[in-house]
Design a protein around this ligand. Structure first.
Ligand code: GMT
Length: 378
């Protein structure tokens, strides 16, 4: 098939999922066209079967806010026509889904279906905002196909928006050959806790620093913070205030997480909410058990006490004590590491999930759907 993929090309989880999906599809012989304002971070555009089309947004003195959604729609329609795309697959509802709807209407000769994948904050935060609620609902209703990444997200979308159309749950996935344990990489010595995120308030990165201070009362541990974003400065300040700054390393944005993760003993993911928790899955595939919060879609992924822990949001004492357990009880750590790897391999590996997307694409393309051509011919 010839597929157009649009996502946020930065460090968010939805962009990572979209990129990995495109790369896997290309490996399986599909032609994949990324349409976005920048090259997605994990995408090498030299990969066979992968094409990248930049969206240029011109400014004009009248535009206080340059209309990216319109430039994107024009580019989608142009790429779809020139490369004869079979469908568009957009990740994160706003504004990508609306741009795809416009592109679909611009193609008058034939049907160009589009699929929207809902990732999390597009529903829980952006979609919940009064100014975006109606357009988010509309974009879901007008998509030819809608998928989401966890049972929790399905319930949340249906309940919150009162959506009646079917939404397919296709879980996030991980490449288990790339993300795998590496005992040699884990040098003896201090215990290491890893946090990965884009440091937005929803990630509660300050809780990582607080939990480290708690853990250090009992274990000589260090905290590795991978990623960057608005709360990094506050986290650095808090580390100073709590006197743990020498034990916290801020790495900034990282491109090779599969090399970093296996060196760690535990992942700390104290999020306010998490639609799925891709970082937890990547850690589990590397045999690094997560200590996460009991929220959102994390129970879709983690089995409490078996392959990770989930504790209440903001409960530093509970999260800290689970981290201490993992860092001090080697047998428990080993058992959970093995179980975590097993969960990733048996439920969320690329070879299990990508075929679900392929089948879904075929189904949506085969359906008689609305399109400009259908509308025009009526
Ligand atoms: O919030 C983020 O970390 C970024 C966000 C995104 O859409 O880019 O991530 C969401 O999508 C990821 C990939 O599907 C999920 O694994 C994350 O759980 C989800 N984040 C939240 O719901 C907060």
């Amino acid at each position: 098939m010839r597929i157009g993929i649009t996502c946020y090309p930065t460090y968010g989880g939805s962009g990572i999922v979209a990129t990995e999906l495109g790369l896997e599809l290309a490996q399986r012989g599909h032609e994949v066209h990324f349409i976005s304002y920048a090259n997605p971070i994990r995408l090498d555009p030299d990969t066979p079967g992968i094409y990248y089309h930049e969206v240029e947004v011109s400014t004009y003195p009248l535009f206080q806010y340059p209309p990216y959604s319109l430039a994107l729609a024009s580019r989608m329609a142009e790429v779809a026509e020139r490369h004869n795309l079979d469908l568009l697959h957009v990740h994160y509802a706003i504004p990508h889904s609306i741009s795809a709807l416009l592109a679909q209407q611009m193609i008058t000769e034939r049907r160009l279906p589009f699929i929207t994948t809902l990732h999390g904050t597009d529903i829980t935060l952006v979609g919940a905002d009064r100014s975006y609620f109606p357009i988010t609902k509309f974009s879901i209703e007008r998509s030819d196909g809608v998928t989401t990444i966890s049972e929790y997200m399905l319930r949340r979308t249906v309940d919150f928006f009162g959506i009646r159309k079917p939404i397919e749950v296709i879980h996030n996935f991980v490449n288990c050959d790339l993300y795998r344990p590496n005992e040699e990489a884990r040098a003896p010595g201090r215990k290491r806790i890893l946090h990965i995120s884009n440091f937005r308030p929803v990630k509660r990165v300050l809780d990582c620093v607080r939990a480290l201070a708690r853990v250090r009362r009992e274990v000589d541990a260090e905290l590795i913070m991978a990623g960057d974003g608005p709360d990094r400065g506050s986290a650095e300040r808090l580390a100073h205030e709590l006197g743990v700054e020498r034990h916290v390393t801020f790495l900034g944005k990282q491109d090779h997480m599969h090399r970093l993760i296996p060196r760690m003993h535990a992942l700390h993911l104290p999020s306010e909410t998490e639609a799925f928790g891709l970082a937890a899955l990547e850690a589990m595939a590397c045999g690094v058990p997560p200590v996460a919060t009991l929220t959102g879609g994390l129970p879709d992924l983690i089995t409490q006490g078996v392959d990770g822990f989930m504790e209440p949001v903001g409960d530093i004492e509970a999260q800290g004590s689970k981290l201490i357990k993992l860092l001090t009880d080697e047998r428990l750590q080993g058992r959970m590491a093995e179980a975590a790897r097993n969960t990733a391999k048996t439920r969320f590996c690329t070879n299990l999930i990508i075929p679900q997307y392929e089948k879904y694409y075929e189904r949506v393309c085969a359906e008689e759907g609305t399109s400009a051509s259908a509308a025009v011919s009526k």
